[in-house]
Design a protein around this ligand. Sequence first.
Ligand code: ZN
Length: 389
Amino acid sequence: MAELRSRIGLQLAARLEAAASRARDEIAWRMARDIARCCDSSNVYVASGMQNEYGVFDGTATLWGCGYLLCPNCHPRDARRLRKRARAVLESMAVLVGERMRFLTLTLPTARDVGLLKSHEIFKTAWELFRKLKFWVELRPSGVVRLEWQPNGDGFHVHAHAVLSVKKIDFDECREAWGKCIVKAWAHHGVDQKIVTRSGLPFINIKFTYDRKDRSRTENLRDAVAEAVKYITKPTSWLALSDADLLAVATASLERDRLPRSFEVIGRARQSSRLGEAQAARDDRRILDTGLLSDGEAKKNLSDGVEWSNVQSAGSLAALISRAMALGRREALRVLPRWLWIQVTTAKIAREQERRREGLSYRYSQAVFTTLTGDEWRGVGVRSAIALL
Ligand SMILES: [Zn+2]
């Protein structure tokens, strides 16, 4: 599994790197390079004998995470974290009298020759129109909404899943209303397209979230969230994209507004979510690397007045490198010349890998870790047991 993911990641990185070189897209070139470093055999490890409150387990992960959407190592981890947060939001939300937990799917028919980003824009416009409709507002739905997309033969299939506590939704009314919003959104974005189903209406689906009688509410909710917050796409389907689409996705994935990776919280759930999310974020920190790409506010203007391609401006090479080392990851990606970016990121990644190894051997003291290149290290408990022999 770990090897397969790594292989796909390296393939994808090579495709992206070639496309970026041809298009002279430096940012995408660097992203490709990071994905390759993330999927490198020396960065991927397999662990056996890890232990937590549920028991002993094996696993695989990366020492350093690039955090990019296109990365087959990072994206599933992202999705896992999001599912956990979505569950926390829904579990802390009260279901009012007359409401049930429902699972709603809204789809946007694929429009030919409309790329992912525009399909996405169209969906957002339709959704903004839909959520202001009187019938929808009066239902007072609360819960989480997640937008997903999949490349298919002639375009992108964009749809949304929502897990909501809500009164009975009239299927026909909802479908007709959603259809009208799509038509308006297409017109707004200048797309000449009709809904080509037999009924002339888009596909929607409404079902109960707690539909499995043989399972507990918690299990049913977990299933619903897993269905709503899936991986956005299988890593191999990125390989099917054209160079232009691949570059567009790579670039847009850096911007939260253009390709949001999270889910939207609506209605009463917004209040309960603050508590739930804070708890989930605390849990996350104990398990996963977080803030992969966030630089925070403090480091924002560090590169002001620095001419990165000119060593003299910093006084010496060492001074230039040390200033570059202080940059946040996102800023370094954008402002440093390539040679300096490679130097700085290589040093930082090595440091992070070392830190992560050490952290893991304390957190899972009885475990044994091996990278895909065969480099092995042990938990501190195993180490001291060996020392005693
Ligand atoms: Zn990665």
